[in-house]
Design a protein around this ligand. Structure first.
Ligand code: CIZ
Length: 303
């Protein structure tokens, strides 16, 4: 007899075929969800897949702003197994506050990190992800840039450009758990390992790393880098792909606190329920949809 996990997997695959669904999963999802998804990736990769899919509908395993982005770009029904899976960083910037900030800096371009609401994207000139933020900031014609909502990624970009960046004081609570002492301890335990950290980390943490990269960049670097061991300073879900795709290499999480509770809300049971019962579709208010799509499509056109 099939055990529960095997049964859930078979049923998910059956519903996926019957309902012509594309299952997208972010790199931070739990291993069982990553393994059953059609595509696993970072926001940029998943946005491109959503924009180009021929499937009838999308089930997005990630957090709310990602499903909202998939809905805007694909114009297709997008379902999310657990709608309460939000992003505290995205919730730190409101459209109302951005409106006021634009009045204070009328010459500035607005670059919104993809970890933001559709309403914030709609008021922005262009969107960026951790994979393309520097390129996007360099591409906008203005020398002044309002960058929101992540001050970690924003300050990382500010260190690499001559442009004047106005940074919103938002932060990712998960990446902010990582502190310099964690890296010192991890280096002591694994002296030959390379340290990779995410740009959402604090400045003091980034300064101690061997490389600062988004999840897609970390995956690419590890494939080609001769090092045999890596200390990883991002959400622990990425370790599943790193280990699966690099069986000869070792990976150590830089801190046990690098765990996003929202990314862990989706599991096989909630994914199955979503497919079986057609859970609620993500709705984007019509007054923001077009503006957010324009800012997202600008990003895709130069990525
Ligand atoms: O861009 C993304 O997907 C996020 C939020 C993190 C990363 O680096 O993949």
């Amino acid at each position: 007899m099939l055990d529960r996990q095997d049964w859930l997997q078979e049923e998910i695959l059956r519903f996926k075929r019957e309902k012509d669904v594309l299952i997208l999963a972010h790199n931070y999802q739990i291993p069982e969800v990553q393994d059953i998804a059609d595509i696993v990736g970072d926001s940029l990769e998943l946005s491109l897949q959503a924009a180009n899919t021929q499937r009838a509908r999308i089930v997005f395993c990630g957090v709310y702003f990602m499903a909202e982005t998939a809905r805007i770009l694909s114009r297709k029904p997008v379902l999310m197994p657990v709608e309460s899976a939000g992003c505290p960083l995205a919730n730190m910037a409101t459209a109302e506050a951005l409106r006021q900030w634009k009045v204070e800096h009328p010459q500035a371009a607005v670059v919104a990190y993809i970890n933001s609401s559709a309403a914030v994207k709609a008021l922005s000139d262009i969107v960026c992800t951790s994979a393309n933020a520097l390129k996007i900031v360099q591409t906008v014609p203005q020398n002044e840039v309002i960058f929101l909502p992540d001050q970690g990624l924003g300050s990382w970009i500010a260190e690499q450009t001559d442009k004047q960046l106005w940074l919103w004081p938002g932060f990712c609570p998960t990446h902010y758990h990582l502190v310099p002492n964690d890296l010192a301890r991890a280096r002591q335990l694994h002296p030959s390992a390379k340290v990779l950290v995410h740009p959402e980390c604090r400045h003091e943490v980034r300064a101690l790393a061997d490389a600062v990269l988004g999840t897609g960049g970390m995956l690419r670097l590890v494939h080609t880098d001769p090092a045999a061991a890596f200390i990883v300073g991002t959400e622990e879900g990425l370790l599943h792909r790193l280990r699966k795709e690099n069986p000869g290499k070792e990976f150590f999480l830089a801190s046990p606190l690098l765990l996003c509770p929202n990314m862990k809300k989706t599991d096989l049971a909630s994914l199955h329920r979503c497919l079986a019962e057609n859970c609620t579709q993500i709705e984007v208010p019509s007054e923001v949809e077009e503006g957010a799509r324009r800012a997202l499509e600008r990003m895709l056109s130069i990525s």
